[in-house]
Design a protein around this ligand. Structure first.
Ligand code: 13P
Length: 251
């Protein structure tokens, strides 16, 4: 069980390089060696500087927040998997709801990114989650199931071993409203079930499934206690060293 635990921060478009270095340093000093993997999802311009810091500390890793699906070429403003791999970035967050909503990313495209990341040796953190109207209509499992099927089911079982799934209900992201521990557990168990049916029980049992959406120091422990909630993908609360340290310690 413990090998699948993780607490990841998604800094989004926040922090200057100096602020990011301070934040990472403060977290690592406060926590010391964590009992779980800790990932900093940093702005692109900080990938190398934060990587240099985390390399000196056990159990800390760096994630990019996005990546292009092509190998290279005329794609102004984009980063390729090979570029991330060349500087030994460990993880890449793919399919975040903000990428889906503001940049029109859909499961087919995200699936291509997942495959490219894996081919380059970078572990994808694949984000899925339903909007409020879908939850209210009772279609959340159907929608999340489809997201996972479309982006991940063409992978081989061997590839699936390197995929982290983050369930982030869109109605809980940045809203202060958190899914209840029961709602999170129910969806995580559902996700693990479909991974088991497609890739087998052993792989499903080893898959890290994170919860994201208004995780805070005050609610992290009750979420992480759920048997299928392996940790969190944390936005706003990952930007305060003390609070994020508390969340790490809750895992
Ligand atoms: P908040 O923790 O700010 O709700 O953001 C969650 C998120 O989007 C992490 O990727």
């Amino acid at each position: 069980m413990s090998s699948r635990t993780m607490v990841a921060g998604n800094w989004k478009m926040n922090t200057t390089p100096a602020e990011g270095e301070r934040l990472a340093q403060d977290i690592m000093e406060t926590v010391g060696t964590p009992a779980t993997k800790v990932v900093f999802g940093v702005p692109s311009i900080q990938l190398m500087s934060i990587k240099a810091l985390t390399d000196k500390h056990e159990n800390y890793f760096v994630a990019a927040q996005n990546m292009h699906h092509e190998d290279g070429g005329a794609y102004t403003g984009e980063l390729s998997a090979a570029m991330l791999a060349a500087v030994e970035i460990d993880y890449v967050i793919l399919g975040h709801s903000e990428r889906r909503d503001y940049f029109g990313e859909e499961d087919g495209l995200i699936g291509m990114k997942v495959a490219k990341a894996l081919a380059a040796g970078i572990k994808p953190i694949y984000c899925c989650g339903e909007k409020l109207d879908i939850r209210e209509a009772g279609n959340h499992e159907h929608v999340v199931g489809k997201q996972i099927e479309q982006a991940l089911f063409s992978l081989s079982p061997q590839q699936m071993k390197d995929v982290v799934i983050a369930y982030e209900p869109v109605w809980a992201i940045g809203t202060g409203v958190t899914a209840s521990p029961e709602q999170a557990q129910q969806m995580h168990a559902f996700i693990r079930g479909i991974i088991a049916r497609q890739f087998g029980d052993a792989i499903a049992e080893d898959t890290t499934i994170l919860y994201g959406g208004s995780v805070k120091p005050g609610n992290a422990a009750e979420l992480f206690e759920q048997p299928d909630v392996d940790g969190g993908l944390v936005g706003g609360a990952s930007l305060k060293a003390d609070g994020f340290a508390e969340i790490i310690k809750a895992r």
